[in-house]
Design a protein around this ligand. Structure first.
Ligand code: NDP
Length: 295
């Protein structure tokens, strides 16, 4: 079997086009959706993400506000900035780039966000709303992965999904979304026994472990759909490259469908951030949300 490649880059372009159309409609009503991104410190990978998020925000016609603070910033000063952004009517979405410097309490900072502006979906209220199947802001990476799965399968009802990884950012919300779509969900992690055998029972396998090429073709049930969330920066043959958590060639020979790295989940994550910002803006103004961009 040779798997269908799920093209996240093309899908993300469609999502951005839909966001662009909706932003234009909002602008006709005199409303400009705004996304504020806060970066503390000068971590090079975070810096690249923040620059790229700002560029994409402006490309879809939204207003982007970047706040770059030195790593010596106190937690109190960061909380004061968040309070200011919470009050600012021009700001509909706020993203605090993680990780924060070690002297800050990330949970305290994230929970200081107005939950309605929490476009990353990490605020404890949004976690609870998602967990109880209510309208929430949903974390971007799992949301993008769910969109691709729904697009490929139609209904996910009754499928067995194995989620490798139990982080608050990817694994847990991914499992929750799949459960809300009536999958039978198993969450696996570093203490799970006989991972390959468990993975071979999955109709849907989501890999979010941060281990380059850990999942190989012999872990995959023939015809299964594989979503590779992993982004691992490695150096091979003297060249720097991005690698997923799945060994693509052997997996693609067995799976029914698979997302590549790069060009799979990554582009969908940023597209969903923009989608969440438009959704937040519509909710703030009591207007209809764009269709298909929320679970
Ligand atoms: P974390 O490090 O927070 O979590 C990793 C999870 O994988 C943990 O639950 C851990 O288990 C589990 N794990 C680690 N090693 C093994 C192993 N050998 N066997 C089984 N389980 C294991 O990572 P994130 O969830 O934040 O990210 C996961 C990956 O996704 C990374 O590569 C990251 O770069 C990528 N990512 C990609 C995004 C995108 O836009 N495409 C966005 C966010 C992340 P335990 O809990 O037991 O330690």
């Amino acid at each position: 079997m040779t798997a269908t490649i799920i093209d996240g880059k093309a899908f993300a372009a469609q999502v951005r086009a839909q966001v662009t159309t909706h932003v234009a409609m909002l602008k006709e009503k005199g409303i400009v959706p705004g996304l504020a991104v806060v970066l503390v410190g000068n971590d090079p990978a975070s810096d690249v993400y923040v620059t790229s998020k700002g560029k994409m925000t402006r490309e879809v016609g939204m207003e982007g506000f970047e706040h770059r603070l030195p790593d010596t910033t106190s937690e109190a000063d960061l909380l004061a900035l968040i309070d200011q952004l919470n009050q600012d009517d021009k700001v509909h979405g706020i993203l605090v780039q993680l990780p924060l410097p070690a002297h800050m309490d990330s949970a305290k900072v994230i929970n200081a966000l107005d939950p309605a502006k929490d476009v990353d979906g990490f605020h404890i209220l949004n976690v609870g709303l998602l967990g109880t199947g209510q309208k929430a802001m949903v974390p971007c990476t799992p949301l993008g992965s769910l969109m691709m799965l729904r697009d490929h399968h139609g209904s996910l009802s009754g499928l067995h999904a194995v989620v490798l990884g139990r982080s608050n950012i990817v694994g847990k919300p991914m499992a929750q979304l799949l459960l809300n779509d009536s999958c039978t969900v198993t969450i696996a992690h570093s203490r799970t026994k006989d991972l390959p055998a468990l993975c071979r029972t999955a109709d849907i396998l989501v890999a979010a472990v941060g281990r380059p090429e850990m999942v190989t073709g012999d872990w995959i049930k023939p015809g299964a759909t594989v979503i590779d969330v992993g982004i691992n920066r490695i150096e091979r043959d003297g060249k720097k490259r991005l690698m997923g958590d799945v060994e693509f060639a052997s997996a693609a020979a067995v799976a029914g469908a698979i997302t590549p790295v790069p060009g799979g989940v990554g582009p969908m994550t940023i597209a969903c951030l923009l989608a969440n910002t438009v959704t937040a803006c519509c909710r703030a103004n009591g207007l209809a949300e764009p269709e298909g961009l929320t679970p």
